[in-house]
Structure formats: structure tokens, C-alpha cells
Design a protein around this ligand. Structure first.
Ligand SMILES: Cc1cc2nc3c(=O)[nH]c(=O)nc-3n(C[C@H](O)[C@H](O)[C@H](O)COP(=O)(O)OP(=O)(O)OC[C@H]3O[C@@H](n4cnc5c(N)ncnc54)[C@H](O)[C@@H]3O)c2cc1C
Ligand code: FES
Length: 259
């Protein structure tokens, strides 16, 4: 499991101008919220959440921001990549009415969880938060799952004008929400945690990862939580005690990077 399995890239789909979804054959069972280590030969190995799950084929959805994601973006079907995992704990879906709040590429991490929630007949409301409407993706896919899909854009070009966390605050006031699930920029998730008050809360976190199996200590957060092993999904009670949540993470050399 901790040695990359070499697999073939099957499809590569443009979602927005800098976001793509790729699929590959990988029969291992995966829970929504878990992640893979993706090895791009000759470039790097990087963590990516699962964004699509069928028995044999899995997907990831990523924004091109640096060397590894640029290389993945330009790979053609038929190219070889290495996969380790899945790693981490994944979301625990409980309650009657679930609220999912995704910011940017965080929507990709939440989508398999929404689809699983709908299959289990949970009422599901999803907020997709983006800066502007050109950055929207997975809207149709989420609608097809039977979830209620709401859009928020920072510039008001579609849906609610403002931050996804503010729209979530309005919904939390109006409706009886049993649990909140989120993935996106950490300051947004921290604000959402404060709005959620006593509602059960689960957030997917990102930290710089190397081994992804709990050995190297690179991804540590708070008082020794390893995001790769204890997370990447953490509940609200845990996060309330983590002083770095929404404040800083660490780069590859262990230096603090403020959000
Ligand atoms: C559990 C987890 C799940 C993730 N899921 C997704 C996803 O579904 N979609 C998506 O677009 N991105 C996801 N990311 C972020 C993704 O791993 C980085 O965008 C990617 O590693 C950037 O690599 P790069 O070489 O293109 O860019 P670089 O220029 O090398 O790095 C750009 C930034 O990406 C982050 N990064 C780089 N290498 C790593 C690493 N080994 N571990 C963690 N962060 C790193 C750092 O913040 C860095 O500053 C996830 C990260 C984690 C930890
Ligand atoms: S990445 Fe090595 S302990 Fe988490």
C-alpha cells in the first residue's frame, strides 16, 4: 500500500481554465475525504483528495499552481502515474439534514461525500463558494445527486454575493442543520466553525505532506496531530483547541506560513 502502484491516466477533463479532473484505474476502496499520494515521475509526489469514486476507477480534481500540478495538467490519457493510498480518515456522515460548504477546489473533496449522503437519502444542501462565476465547477454533478445547490461568488457574478461562510450563517439560522462539512481556505473554515456553534462540524485540512503514513512529522498541527493520519478530517471540538487552525501552516522546511 505504501509503494506507488503504477497506473494509466484514463481521462483528463477541463473544469475551468486552470482546474482539471483526471481519472485512473485504481480498485482499492476509498472513503470520501480520504486522499492519495500522486507520483508524477521525474517531478514530485503530492497529496490529492479523491473527487470521484467507482469500484475500479477513481478521480482527482486539482488546480494547477506549481511544478507537479502543471505536469499533471498537461499529461495526456495513456500517461503513467503512481498512486499510493488511500490515506487519512474520511468524512463520517450522520444526521438528517447535512450542510456542505466548499470553497474553491474544496468542492472537489466534498462532492463524493455529498453523493454518498444522497445515496443514503440524507437531505443535503451544498454551498459552492468561488471568487467569480468562471471558477465554478461540479454544479451540474452536484445537482444530479439530488442535493440543493447554492452558489456564492465574492463579486456577485452568480448567486449570493459574498463569502460562502456568510451564506452558510444565514442557512444555519433558517434551517435545522444536523451537521456541517467543509473544505476550503482555512480562514473560511474557521469562520464557519464559529457560525456553526454547537452543530457537529467536520473540516478537511491540508498540511505539507511527505510520507503520508504518520512517520516524518512534516504535517503536524497543534499539539502533535498528524494531518495525514489523524485527519485530514477533524471535528469542530478538536479544531477549537488547535491554535494554528486558520492562522498558519508550515512549508516543506517547517517554516511557519501565515494564512
Ligand atoms: C490532504 C490533501 C489533499 C489535497 N487535495 C487537493 C485537491 O483535491 N485538489 C487540489 O488542487 N489540491 C489539493 N491539495 C493541495 C495540493 O497537494 C497542492 O496544490 C500541490 O501539492 C501543489 O504542488 P505543485 O508542485 O503544483 O506546487 P508547488 O509550487 O510545489 O506548491 C504550491 C503550494 O502547494 C502546497 N504543496 C506543495 N507540495 C505539497 C505537499 N507535498 N503536501 C501538501 N501541500 C503541498 C504548498 O502549500 C505550496 O506552497 C491537497 C493537499 C492535501 C494535504
Ligand atoms: S506527512 Fe509524514 S507524518 Fe504526516
Amino acid at each position: 500500500m505504501n509503494i506507488p502502484t503504477i497506473t494509466t491516466l484514463l481521462t483528463s477533463t477541463l473544469e475551468t481554465k486552470d482546474i482539471k479532473t483526471i481519472t485512473f484505474r485504481y480498485p482499492n476502496a476509498v472513503i470520501p475525504g480520504q486522499f492519495f499520494m500522486i507520483w508524477i515521475p521525474g517531478v514530485d509526489e503530492i497529496p490529492m483528495s479523491v473527487s470521484g469514486i467507482t469500484k475500479d476507477i477513481k478521480a482527482i480534481t486539482f488546480r494547477k499552481i506549481g511544478d507537479a500540478t502543471n505536469a499533471l495538467y498537461h499529461m495526456k490519457p495513456g500517461s503513467k502515474i503512481g498512486i499510493r493510498g488511500p490515506y487519512g480518515n474520511g468524512f463520517t456522515l450522520t444526521g438528517n439534514h447535512l450542510l456542505f460548504v466548499g470553497g474553491g477546489t474544496g468542492v472537489a473533496t466534498l462532492t463524493p461525500a455529498v453523493e454518498q449522503a444522497r445515496k443514503r437519502k440524507f437531505k443535503s444542501t451544498v454551498i459552492i463558494g468561488v471568487k467569480t462565476k468562471n471558477e465554478l465547477f461540479f454544479e451540474n454533478r452536484l445537482q444530479r445527486s439530488g442535493a440543493t445547490v447554492l452558489i456564492s461568488t465574492d463579486d456577485g457574478s452568480k448567486g449570493y454575493k459574498g463569502f460562502a461562510s456568510n451564506l452558510a450563517k444565514e442557512i444555519l439560522k433558517k434551517e435545522k442543520i444536523d451537521a456541517v462539512f467543509t473544505c476550503g481556505p482555512e480562514p473560511m473554515m474557521k469562520t464557519l466553525l464559529s457560525f456553526s456553534r454547537t452543530t457537529p462540524f467536520q473540516a478537511s485540512l491540508e498540511r505539507y505532506m511527505k510520507c503520508s503514513i504518520g512517520i516524518c512529522g512534516q504535517c503536524c498541527m497543534g499539539k502533535g496531530l498528524r494531518v495525514c493520519l489523524d485527519g485530514p478530517i477533524f471535528n469542530g471540538n478538536t479544531l477549537k483547541k488547535v491554535e494554528d487552525f486558520g492562522v498558519y501552516s508550515r512549508d516543506a522546511a517547517g517554516r511557519k506560513k501565515m494564512f
